[in-house]
Design a protein around this ligand. Structure first.
Ligand SMILES: Cc1cc2nc3c(=O)[nH]c(=O)nc-3n(C[C@H](O)[C@H](O)[C@H](O)COP(=O)(O)OP(=O)(O)OC[C@H]3O[C@@H](n4cnc5c(N)ncnc54)[C@H](O)[C@@H]3O)c2cc1C
Length: 413
């Protein structure tokens, strides 16, 4: 790969010990989380995704220029080849600096490792640079109205027409589709095929006439996800990852990345949120102390489990479900504690909470600065942590059947 940024500060990682690396990270974040970027410290996270999106896009490109995107990717693919402990340090320092929330989690942490594992050399060469320099964002087109937990029920079709796939169907809950340049999409490419067979994993440009995106406004007032309609949308014939008809395997490989360690940075951020709760809480109350202690213990378990998973190489297996089940449940409980410790005011709306950021909301998507505090937004958003990326029930099924070897749940034919 030849396009690695000239002004990258992330070089010679192999020669740095962890203390030196931490000092470099801390110094860089201290110098760069300034101006517009400092106005968004701690913003843009769960339930708050619409905030300052344009500034956060610039921030992503700033990170890209310095080489912080793709930190753990192999050097041969333009990454920095950072060690496990260096990646953890980056996540810790990023959370400590309260740097703005990232805008391309799906490109950097889901698609990129999938391409590195299953993609062709041409696909890697074509798509990793845009992710790494923060200019190409990605969304995930898996779910459909009748295919969520039961993803094998995908009905969106793709047919080859000369040198292009022609795609027809509907996806739903497509996070950030409206601000993405590309989608990775699961479609049925073999007419008459059933369930897991005959599916393919396609890469599709979003900016085309055959794609219509309709926002879904969430209880937080924001609209991070969408319905996405494909009507004779097109993509090049060679933009299929893995073999035609082998899309289920690729889609599941990507979910392993999604459910497992890709959320490390987010999980490190949980520590900040817990500190925030403790700051708000009446810790003289033994019931509150008990909940805080439980949350602290859960967080330590999550951290060590994530480190253990990260030390394995290759595509995460069904054990990634342990991680998803744990962090989703933990974070939902934190959201509940967040509003509980506020007492009655946690349930009331106030009109002074988000005025400073009202101008940053995307009115044209039906979003509006609901008079909700960040705590209330977090509470509402964390209700979805046990649903997206595969619900808790589905994670338990995966663990029961594929890890513990229990009898399989009856499936529709
Ligand atoms: C905030 C958010 C962001 C999302 N972003 C994306 C995205 O970017 N791209 C994308 O493709 N999708 C996205 N999704 C969709 C998500 O993957 C689905 O919501 C999820 O897989 C559940 O599917 P469903 O909503 O169709 O619910 P259903 O599958 O209809 O499930 C309904 C309920 O039944 C339970 N259930 C279903 N089957 C079983 C079973 N076999 N055993 C036991 N219980 C079962 C479920 O656990 C759930 O409680 C997002 C969802 C949310 C909430």
């Amino acid at each position: 790969m030849t396009d690695v940024a000239a002004d990258r500060v992330v070089a010679d990682l192999a020669t740095m010990n962890d203390d030196e690396f931490r000092a470099v990270v801390r110094g860089w974040l201290g110098d760069h989380v300034v101006g517009d970027f400092a106005s968004l410290t701690g913003r843009g996270g769960p339930g708050d995704e619409d905030i300052g999106f344009d500034i956060r896009v610039r921030w992503e490109q700033e990170l890209g220029r310095a080489g912080w995107i793709g930190l753990g990717w192999p050097v041969a693919h333009g990454g920095a080849g950072a060690s496990l402990s260096q990646q953890i340090i980056w996540a810790e320092e990023y959370a400590r600096a309260d740097a703005p929330a990232r805008v391309n989690h799906m490109g950097e942490n889901l698609l990129a490792p999938t391409l590195i594992e299953y993609g062709t050399a041409e696909q890697i060469e074509r798509f990793l640079p845009g992710i790494r320099n923060g200019t190409e964002r990605w969304c995930q087109c898996y779910s459909e109205p009748d295919a969520g937990s039961d993803l094998a029920n995908v009905k969106t079709r793709a047919e080859l027409d000369g040198d292009a796939w022609v795609i027809n169907g509907q996806k739903v809950w497509t996070s950030l589709a409206h601000v993405s340049h590309w989608a990775f999409l699961v479609a049925r490419t073999e007419a008459g095929s059933q369930r897991h067979g005959g599916l393919s994993f396609l890469l599709v440009p979003m900016d085309q006439e055959g794609i219509e995106i309709r926002p879904i406004v969430q209880p937080t007032g924001g609209g991070e996800f969408n319905e996405t309609f494909f009507s004779d949308a097109r993509t090049e014939a060679d933009l299929v990852v893995g073999d035609v008809g082998d899309g289920w395997r690729i889609a599941m490989g990507l979910l392993g990345f999604e459910r497992g360690i890709s959320t490390l940075a987010q999980q490190v951020g949980f520590e900040r949120e817990l500190e925030h709760v403790i700051g708000l809480a009446d810790t003289a109350d033994p019931r509150v102390r008990q909940r805080v202690a439980d949350a602290h213990i859960g967080l330590q378990l999550m951290k060590w489990n994530a480190h253990r998973s990260m030390s394995a190489t290759g595509v995460p297996g069904p054990e990634a479900s342990i991680s998803k089940l744990h962090w989703g449940t933990w974070h939902r409980a934190l959201g509940e504690m967040m509003v509980d410790v506020l007492g009655a005011s946690g349930q009331a709306v106030s009109d002074d909470v988000d005025a400073a950021h009202e101008h940053l909301m995307e009115e044209d998507r039906g979003g509006h600065a609901y008079p909700l505090s960040l705590e209330q937004k977090l509470f509402l958003f964390t209700r979805s942590d046990t649903i997206y990326g595969g619900s808790n029930e589905i994670q338990r099924n995966v663990l029961g059947e594929r890890v513990l070897g229990l009898p399989r749940e009856p499936k529709p034919e």
